[in-house]
Design a protein. Sequence first.
Length: 100
Amino acid sequence: MKKLILASVFTFVGLTAFAQESEMAMAASEVVETTQDGFSEITMDNLPEAVSAAVSKSYPSATIDKAYVNDKNQYKLEVSLEDGTSGTLYADEKGNWIEL
């Protein structure tokens, strides 16, 4: 009889453990915009034509790898040349080179 009562208790405890609601932690996803020195990365579609034209005129063999913009509409361009060198250029929205 003791074994029957003990088995009933274990069964009851086991079933109640599975009946409890489990809290699932939902991972919140956030979109974080990275900034570098006040510059936010933009797509090449958002790069003004004047800036693209200035790069192709001054550096014909250069390829723009990444482009960034700040709140003053100044553009930071990471470019690479055909010979494997790379560098950073800064321009205003009219395509004039600036020093930062």
